[in-house]
Ligand binder design. Structure first.
Ligand code: UDP
Length: 311
């Protein structure tokens, strides 16, 4: 079995590469390293079942040999990254998804799209089930990512319905763990690096907005199960434990022993007020739910960032 992972040098992509290799698959990673990093896959160099190809997947993908599955994970995914890289984000969601689907069709491979809770925008339904259509501002700063992923979902379903490609769509909620970029601007790398440097944590707005954080190994397990299921409609994967950003900052300061406190900064435009996955469907069809507690996941992530800061 041979699997292609676009964005495989990124945070989630590289963990998927590890998982598929551990399951005996051959793994081909395509990545242009725009937000990914070869550090994340350096430990795989020399593995005869692993191959890295430097490639921007918005361009035609030529690959010899059979392919059983394509996991399309290439995209900037942090709000800071996608607002700095708006055109690249739209291109990889649109043109990149088109090329990856084209490869799946040509090879007769199964295709799995990494979609996002951002398709729900600033949700008016809480928690968010897959049946909710979302509340997205197409022209806001987050629109470049949200609309790219919404288009990617539509294109995936079109290839499924019109070309009969065997497709899967995972809607990924906030995920964290080792190999996140320390400077990617998301709340977990920001808070942990600030705390480890003894600085106050930067809370955007009043911190009453909520998120629900899933540890990466749980997410990878869910994706592995989804790929091997027969569900073509979108499936949410995430941890339903919801907390405010203020509570979250308190937890990070406590776990790291940081006594520098918090500071308040302006809330970015269109920042979702609340977010929590409804995972009833994943439980039912995949028998999946998160196993790693927030505290355990954070402990492992803090250790990872501690080492990174010493490098
Ligand atoms: N956030 C924050 N301080 C930071 C970074 C982010 O308070 O240093 C907030 C951000 O405004 C949002 C939440 O934390 O409400 C999660 O932000 P993140 O960038 O991780 O991803 P999002 O869930 O918004 O896509």
């Amino acid at each position: 079995m041979r699997v292609v992972i676009t964005g495989g040098a990124g945070f989630i992509g590289s963990h998927l590469a590890d998982r598929f290799l551990a399951e005996g698959y051959e793994v081909v990673v395509l990545d242009d390293l725009l937000t990914g990093n070869t550090d994340n896959i350096a430990h795989l160099a020399g593995n005869p079942k692993f191959k890295f190809i430097y490639h921007d997947v918005t361009n035609y993908i030529f690959l010899e040999g059979n392919v059983d599955a394509i996991l399309h994970f290439a995209s900037p995914a942090s709000p800071v990254d996608y607002s700095n890289l708006p055109i690249q984000t739209l291109k990889v969601g649109a043109l990149g998804t088109h090329k990856a689907l084209g490869l799946a069709k040509a090879k007769g491979a199964r295709f799995l799209l990494a979609s996002t809770s951002e398709v729900y925008g600033d949700p008016l339904v809480h928690p968010q089930p897959e049946t909710y259509w979302g509340n997205v501002n197409p022209i806001g700063p987050r629109g470049v990512y949200d609309e790219a992923k919404r288009f990617a979902e539509a294109l995936t379903m079109a290839y499924h319905r019109y070309h009969g490609v065997d497709t899967r769509i995972v809607r990924i909620f906030n995920t964290f763990g080792p190999r996140m970029r320390i400077d990617d601007g998301r709340v977990i790398p920001n808070f942990i690096s600030q705390a480890l440097k003894g600085q106050p944590l930067t809370i955007y707005g009043d911190g009453s907005q909520t998120r629900s954080f899933c540890y990466v190994s749980d997410l990878v397990e869910g994706i592995f199960r989804l790929l091997h299921s027969d569900e073509a409609d979108p499936v949410n994967l995430g941890n339903p434990r919801e907390m405010s950003i203020l509570e979250f900052a308190g937890l990070i300061n406590e776990m790291t022993g940081n006594d520098a406190g918090i500071v308040f900064e302006p809330l970015p435009e269109n920042d979702p007020r609340r977010r929590k996955p409804d995972i009833t469907k994943a439980k039912r069809i995949l028998g999946w739910e998160p196993q790693v507690s927030l505290e355990d996941g954070l402990q492992r992530t803090i250790e990872y960032f501690r080492k990174k800061l010493q490098e």
